[in-house]
Design a binder for this molecule. Structure first.
Ligand SMILES: [Zn+2]
Length: 462
């Protein structure tokens, strides 16, 4: 079965995405205004949840600032009232996403579906129609900076000689994995040009697979890029990628430099979320440009009031202008952002933002033979959230051979979570050659927040 795709819409959206990069800021605002009105119209018509929040007389004209913000928890609890297609039942979606063979397949023949355990607790279910997928595809394809000389693209404009490796959690219905699988199913002739590699396996196995595949492009998280760069610097990983794309976590200048130096290639960072895949990408000046023709991000303080450009808010509200089937209007995103006060010197009409990304640490532990093993924070959170089903936790490294797991739940629920967390984490540690690592665990303990106010889920030795 073919994945959700609308070739005519895709072409039109792609042309517009390219045109906007050369348009004026006023032209971007005009598109945003028209698309917001269309979204509010669709939400008022199909979503009982939003209908109550919008002005009754003229819902499409409701000023955005007057619409009450929503949270993941509220939307998931009222899923049936949220979605605009009544055929989208949460139970059926859950049955669909427990089957790994269906990753990237269309749901009801026309929707892409992914889950997000996310950085802020309970898992959510996101459904995309062909319209929003066309927007994400176009933004991913046409707003990424060109990291290589034109000549290299000229003889292979479709990238058919590329081998793109995605390194991440490949076993579940997550946004990145569904996107990779969807691309593979969409264009069988390009299936060989994109492949996912799990970061839950041992580093030695991951390195062996990448050596065999010899990717020309690697897309991954900064902590995983750092692990691969160390493997390359030590001579075990022998690949020559020409581009490294990172996202999903904070990328520090030092990590970027080390990764670029280890692979002798350019590194480009981007910002995306399960709620909107391609939020922002870097320009040649190194600034992150928000795709504000298709998504609105509002930086607000703890009371929900807008903060001025140049200041960091405590929360970010997202409005997805592309997705009408599952409207996200002033939805609380976990990250904190700063919207720049000045336009970028690259000349783009799109505003630039800075993001306080995930701040989890990698853990360095000693294996059975005394070697240091680096455990990636996103691999650890994937094991705890998606294998063990524990969402409110903190994993703290106590020494080079012991870990402390704190689980917020109390009583019977807490003990159940500890039990499944011990099973899942124990199995993962054994696979990494870390069977001797001690795991201490307590339930009913509040998890301390990091500097950003977000819980740091994985805390290394400092
Ligand atoms: Zn720029």
């Amino acid at each position: 079965m073919l994945p959700a795709f609308d070739p005519l819409r895709s072409s039109a959206v792609s042309l517009d995405v390219v045109a906007v990069t050369r348009a004026s800021a006023a032209a971007v605002r005009e598109r945003q205004k028209t698309r917001l009105a269309a979204l509010l119209e669709a939400a008022a018509a199909g979503s009982a949840l939003y209908r109550r929040r919008l002005a009754r007389a003229a819902p499409a004209a409701t000023p955005l600032a007057e619409i009450a913000p929503t949270t993941k928890r509220e939307l998931m609890e009222r899923f049936d009232e949220w979605v605009t297609d009544p055929k989208l039942g949460l139970d059926a979606l859950r049955r669909f996403t427990v089957d790994p063979r269906r990753i990237g397949q269309p749901f009801l023949g026309r929707y892409a579906v992914w889950e997000s355990s996310g950085s802020s607790g309970e898992p959510a279910m996101f459904v995309q129609d062909a319209r929003s997928l066309a927007v994400y595809d176009a933004l991913e394809a046409f707003r990424r900076p060109s990291l290589r000389p034109m000549l290299q693209h000229w003889w292979d404009p479709w990238g058919l000689t590329e081998r793109r490796a995605f390194v991440g959690a490949t076993g579940g219905h997550f946004a990145s994995t569904v996107s990779v699988e969807r691309l593979r199913r969409l264009n069988p002739w390009t299936a060989a040009t994109v492949r996912g590699f799990s970061f839950l396996q041992t580093t030695a196995d991951l390195v062996a697979q990448l050596n065999a595949y010899a990717p020309t492009v690697i897309a991954t998280y900064p902590t995983a890029a750092l692990l691969l760069a160390e493997e390359a610097a030590d001579g075990r990983l022998r690949i020559a990628p020409q581009e490294i794309w990172t996202g999903g976590e904070a990328l520090t200048a030092a990590v970027r430099r080390f990764v670029a130096d280890s692979f002798h290639c350019a590194v480009s960072n981007s910002y995306g979320a399960s709620e909107f895949l391609a939020l922002a990408s870097e320009c040649r000046c190194g600034a992150l440009h928000l795709n504000s023709d298709w998504v609105i991000l509002e930086s607000v303080d703890a009371q929900g009031r807008a903060v001025p450009p140049g200041e960091t808010g405590s929360k970010t509200l997202l409005t997805n202008l592309a997705n009408h089937v599952q409207p996200l209007i002033r939805y609380e995103l976990g990250d904190r952002i700063t919207i720049a006060a000045q336009p970028c010197r690259c000349g783009s009409p799109l505003p630039t933002i800075e993001v306080e990304g995930r701040i989890d640490d990698a853990l360095l532990l000693n294996d059975d033979s005394g070697h240091t093993v680096r455990l990636l924070p996103l691999a650890l959170t994937t094991v705890l959230e998606d294998v063990a089903g524990v969402y409110d936790f903190q994993l703290v490294q106590e020494s080079d051979h012991s870990l402390l797991l704190r689980v917020a739940a109390n009583g019977d629920a807490g003990r159940r979570e500890l039990h499944s967390a011990r099973d899942a984490l124990g199995a993962y540690l054994r696979r990494q050659g870390l069977a001797d690592v001690e795991l201490h665990a307590h339930c009913g303990e509040r998890c301390s927040c990091g500097r950003s106010g977000k819980v740091q889920r994985v805390v290394g030795l400092h």
